[in-house]
Design a protein around this ligand. Sequence first.
Ligand code: NDP
Length: 286
Amino acid sequence: MAAKIIDGKLISSQIKDELKEKTALLKEKGITVTLAVILVGEDPASQVYVRNKKRACEYIGYNSLSYELPAETSQEELLKLIAELNSRKDVDGILVQMPLPGHIDEKTVIDAIDPSKDVDGFHPMNVGALCIGEKGFVSCTPAGVIQLLKRGCENFDIAGKECVIVGRSNIVGKPMALLMLRENATVTIAHSKTKNLEEVCKRADILIAAVGKAGVITADHVKDGAVVIDVGINRNEEGKLCGDVRYDEVAGKAYAITPVPGGVGPMTIAMLMNNCYEAALMHMNQ
Ligand code: NDP
């Protein structure tokens, strides 16, 4: 039987529509959610991401403040802007678009953002909160994967399932593992040094690929009836967008699968928008 396709476009639209309704209610109370977006330099991919984030703000009814700084901006100038945004009562979320130009240290910049405005969930305080099961902002892509599993796979309970995550980056693999643990899955993290990757992946009821290599996950890595989530965004030899998973062969084996594009990708912005809303609620009660 062909796998169920988990539709990230649809689920992300549902989340944005829910936020739109809740945001209108906040507006009635005189509260506007505000996201400040900082872009340093003119990287075309980053410009597209920033534009999409601003559009999502507009759609939901958030106010977005845009800071487009030249590539030569010094680290000091950037930190000064962040300090100003940290102290502004009308700003709920601060997003610095990565990657930054080489002369700016990304860790120093992330550490400078007020954790209560760190809607990307990259600040060590938020990462630590996730690790010890406290409330905090969660990295948007892994948070989006949880929503795909909960909303896109009816009658499927994460608790007790074997979950294998391929990839251990700070923004996807590691927070993904912590979130799956929070959902009571039994979690394995695989990476480039993992021996017998096929065998390890085949244990998975839920297989999450976050590698960044086209087609690295084949049908031989997948157990019959597994749920397969493809976080990877790559270009194949023809320049076409594709994931880490060989979709055509795996779809014949899996119970459910996310496509690329249209799977995990759209969820990242939806979860960023959700974090902005949560930030506004937090600031409202302060
Ligand atoms: P990183 O390059 O930071 O991490 C890749 C991970 O994959 C590393 O842990 C690496 O292992 C592991 N890896 C590399 N090669 C292999 C292999 N052959 N077998 C097993 N593991 C391997 O990438 P990111 O986590 O930032 O991103 C991963 C993918 O997800 C990319 O395609 C990226 O574009 C995409 N992405 C998509 C998003 C979305 O919105 N959908 C958001 C963020 C990322 P090791 O640690 O040992 O080097």
